[in-house]
Design a binder for this molecule. Structure first.
Ligand code: HEC
Ligand code: HEC
Length: 238
């Protein structure tokens, strides 16, 4: 049984020890931060992206490094998960990607028609640069990798089949569709699609699915010109 003074000394000593440990760990964290966050990569573009992130209350729905609201996906590793072309397309019209489901807001600042193509593309690039920077922070393995095989990642698709697909197909279409039994998420497999539809139909479908089948959940991606030609030609080869 401790005497009263021994208990007091024990309490004060313990408190002092914990306070010192806390202080040293805090100093260590502060010293490590610039290294772990690669502060030298924090360009003006990254800072602009951060301003967009804050100003538009993205955190009202999303989390970054676990901080924020739990309505929408955690975005710390979103560039690694989705790739830049996918994100650029998604941000222009997020609702088109998940029609009728819970929604990511369509922001005018990312929309070519609302603020002009150049400004919108600049804003999207800024936000993506910000996410890229965040994704490179050494977070000691946070967030944990899900056990599920990630869907919608081009690297998840058979590389032999993907190698000859246009980049746009690899990075955007493959997010929803599978080819050769790999990849895909919400859309039907595109294996043998050329036997089901002719080139004219495929062109119409890809450029404006709503016009072909009103209410369809395939998004209108705004593909035109050479990009569209390339995709239609590729579909014809499947
Ligand atoms: C009202 C809630 C809400 C706000 C605010 C919001 N988002 Fe989202 N976001 C979502 C939801 C929900 C999803 C999941 C896809 C869906 O259902 O549309 C999503 C998905 C995303 C994705 C794709 C994540 C993935 O892995 O598929 C990105 C990138 C993204 N949001 C960026 C942003 C940015 C940048 C902002 C601020 C400018 C923002 N979001 C503001 C709700 C929101
Ligand atoms: C956000 C998800 C999503 C993306 C991205 C997407 N699709 Fe789709 N696609 C769908 C869905 C869902 C359907 C089924 C629609 C229906 O039947 O109403 C579909 C249907 C199709 C079909 C008809 C297939 C069939 O057998 O009926 C083709 C062809 C197609 N998509 C091609 C493409 C191409 C090419 C791209 C890229 C340029 C693309 N899709 C991007 C979701 C997507």
């Amino acid at each position: 049984m401790l005497t009263k003074s021994a208990a007091k000394a024990f309490f004060l000593g313990g408190t002092a020890l914990c306070a010192v440990a806390f202080l040293l760990l805090t100093l260590d964290t502060l010293a490590e931060l610039p290294k772990r966050s690669h502060v030298e990569d924090m360009t003006d573009q990254v800072v602009r992206g951060h301003v967009i992130w804050n100003k538009n209350n993205c955190m009202g729905c999303h989390t970054l490094m676990g901080e924020g609201a739990y309505y929408a996906p955690e975005l710390t590793k979103v560039v690694e998960r989705r790739g830049e072309p996918w994100m650029d397309t998604f941000l222009q019209d997020p609702e088109a990607f998940y029609p009728g489901r819970r929604k990511m807001i369509k922001y005018d600042i990312f929309d070519n028609e609302a603020v002009g193509a150049e400004v919108a593309a600049g804003n999207r690039a800024d936000v993506i640069a910000f996410f890229k920077w965040v994704g490179n922070i050494d977070t000691n393995g946070f967030p944990a990798k899900p056990d599920l095989v990630p869907v919608g990642v081009a690297s998840n698709v058979d590389p032999r089949i993907m190698a000859r697909a246009p980049v746009y197909f690899q990075t955007v279409c493959a997010g929803c569709h599978s080819v050769g039994g790999k990849g895909g998420n919400v859309g039907p497999s595109l294996d043998g699609v050329s036997a089901r539809f002719d080139a004219d139909y495929l062109r119409k479908w890809v450029s404006d699915p709503q016009a072909v089948k009103p209410g369809t959940t395939m998004p209108t991606l705004g593909l035109k010109g050479e990009n569209l030609d390339e995709i239609v030609e590729y579909l014809g080869s499947l």
